[in-house]
Ligand binder design. Structure first.
Ligand code: NZQ
Ligand code: ZN
Length: 387
C-alpha cells in the first residue's frame, strides 16, 4: 500500500425528511447564499422547504447554475456574494451546482485574477484558508461525489478545469434519497455510470495489496450492478435509491482512493468530449472507458483480471479472454442502464477526433494514466477505438 493522509471533515446527514435540521447545521447568524440550478429545486418544492428551515436568517438566492457550470455564470454569483457580504453558501442541486458553489466559495474573497484558479490541475488552488467561504450542500443527484469531496470542475473557454482546495469540503452534506425521486431516468443512469467509473479510475490500475480499498471498491461496483437497473425502473423505490446515493458518495469521498494509484484518463478525455460536443459527463465515460482498457490491457492486466473475477464472476478462459469478457460485461452494463458506448452514436464524425486531440494538447493532457504513458498518440488510438 502507498503512503497516504486521509481527512474528510464533511458531516453527512443521510435519510428522509431531514431538511428541518438545516436550522442546526447552518450557523445561526449566517448570511446565506442559496445556489441552485435551472429550476428543478423550485419546481419540486425543495427550495421552499430549505428557506423555511433557515428561519430568520438573511437569505439571498442565486439560481441558473447550468450543467457543466460556466465560469462566467459563477462570477455573477461571486459578484452577488461580494456585494451582500455572504458568509455561508448553501448549494441545493446536482454536481454542477455543488461544484459551482465550491468555486464561488473560493473566488469571492480571492484578491487576484480569478481565472488563475482554473489552472492548477490536481494541485490545490492558492487561496488562503481563511478566505474560503464555508459551504453546505443538499445533493439532489447521486453521481459525482461532490457532496463529500474537495473537487469541482468548471467550464471556461471550451475547456473543463478541475479545481480543488481542502477548505471546500462541504461542512455538511444532506443526502435525502427522496429529493432525487424527481430525476429524469437518463440522469439516474448517468449517476450509476459516473459512480461506477469513479470507482474504476481508482481501482483498475496496478495492484499494491490494498485489500480494504479493493474490496470496498468491488462492493460498491457490485451494489451498482445490482441496484442500478432497479433504481432506474423504480424511481420511488427508496431502498434502491438510498443505495445508489451512498454508493455515489462512497465512490469519490476519498476512502477507496487512499494508498492506491489512480488513473483518471477516462475522465480527462471525457471532459474534452463534454466541452466540445456537449455530451453529458457520464455519457462520455461510457464511451471512453472500454477503449482505455483495450489500449492499456497489458498495463492493467492484473487488476482487470481481479475485477473480472470478483465483480463479474468470470473465471473461465485464458488471461486475455477473461479481460475481454470483463470489458464486454462492463459495456453491456452501461448499455443496460441506457447509455451509448460509441462516440459515433452521439453524432460525432470520425474526423472530429482531431479536435479532441488538439484540446487535450492545449490543456496539457499529454501524459495520462497511472503510469503517465498515455500520450496524444495513445489518446488518438483510444478515441478511434471508441468511435
Ligand atoms: O439545473 P436543474 O434544473 O437543477 O436540473 C438538473 C440538470 O439539468 C437536473 N437535476 C438535478 N437534480 C434533480 C434534477 N432534475 C430533477 N430532479 C432532481 N432532483 O439534472 C441535470 C444535471 O445536473 P448536473 O448537476 O449537471 O449533473 P451531475 O450531478 O451529473 O454533475 C455533473 C457535473 O459534475 C462534474 C462534471 O464534470 C459535471 O460538470 N463532476 C464533478 C466531480 C467532483 N466534484 O468530484 C467529479 C465528476 O467526475 C464530475 O467531473
Ligand atoms: Zn465523473
Amino acid at each position: 500500500m502507498l503512503n497516504f493522509n486521509y481527512r474528510n471533515p464533511t458531516h453527512v446527514v443521510f435519510g428522509k425528511d431531514r431538511i428541518a435540521e438545516l436550522d442546526q447545521l447552518v450557523p445561526a447568524n449566517a448570511k446565506v447564499l442559496i445556489t441552485y440550478g435551472g429550476g428543478s429545486v423550485v419546481r419540486f418544492g425543495t427550495l421552499d422547504k430549505v428557506k423555511a428551515a433557515l428561519g430568520k436568517r438573511t437569505v439571498i438566492e442565486f439560481g441558473g447554475i447550468e450543467a457543466n457550470p460556466k465560469y462566467d455564470t459563477l462570477m455573477q454569483a461571486v459578484e452577488v456574494a461580494r456585494k451582500q457580504n455572504i458568509d455561508f453558501i448553501l448549494a441545493v442541486g446536482g454536481g454542477s451546482v455543488m461544484d459551482g458553489s465550491k468555486f464561488i466559495a473560493l473566488a469571492t474573497q480571492f484578491d487576484g485574477d480569478t481565472t488563475s484558479l482554473l489552472h492548477h490541475g490536481f494541485a490545490p488552488v492558492p487561496v488562503a484558508e481563511d478566505k474560503v467561504i464555508p459551504l453546505g450542500v443538499i445533493a439532489t443527484l447521486p453521481a459525482t461525489g461532490s457532496e463529500m469531496n474537495a473537487f469541482a470542475v468548471v467550464s471556461y473557454q471550451g475547456g473543463k478545469f478541475p479545481v480543488n482546495h481542502p477548505n471546500v469540503y462541504p461542512t455538511f452534506a444532506m443526502l435525502d434519497p427522496e429529493l432525487t425521486f424527481s430525476l429524469p431516468q437518463i440522469q439516474v443512469a448517468n449517476g450509476v455510470v459516473d459512480a461506477f467509473v469513479h470507482v474504476l479510475e481508482q481501482y483498475a490500475t496496478y495492484p499494491v495489496d490494498a485489500r480494504v480499498q479493493d474490496r470496498t471498491a468491488e462492493g460498491i461496483m457490485r451494489t451498482l450492478i445490482e441496484i442500478g437497473p432497479i433504481t432506474i425502473a423504480e424511481p420511488t423505490n427508496y431502498e434502491a435509491r438510498a443505495n445508489l446515493m451512498w454508493s455515489a458518495t462512497s465512490a469519490l469521498n476519498g476512502m477507496i482512493g487512499v494508498g492506491v494509484p489512480f488513473d483518471w484518463t477516462t475522465h480527462m478525455i471525457g471532459h474534452e468530449l463534454t466541452a466540445i460536443f456537449n455530451i453529458d459527463h457520464a455519457q462520455t465515460l461510457a464511451v471512453v472507458l472500454p477503449s482505455v482498457w483495450r489500449v492499456l490491457k497489458t498495463q492493467k492486466q492484473a487488476k482487470l483480471l481481479q475485477y473480472a473475477e470478483r465483480v463479474w464472476d468470470i473465471t473461465a478462459g485464458d488471461d486475455d479472454s477473461r479481460v475481454e469478457q470483463a470489458i464486454v460485461k462492463t459495456e453491456a452494463f452501461f448499455q443496460q442502464v441506457g447509455l451509448k458506448t460509441r462516440l459515433r452514436d452521439h453524432g460525432v464524425e470520425k474526423a472530429q477526433i482531431e479536435t479532441v486531440i488538439n484540446a487535450l494538447e492545449a490543456h496539457g493532457m499529454t501524459a495520462l494514466s497511472e503510469t503517465g504513458k498515455v500520450d496524444l498518440a495513445m489518446s488518438r488510438k483510444i478515441l478511434e477505438m471508441a468511435w
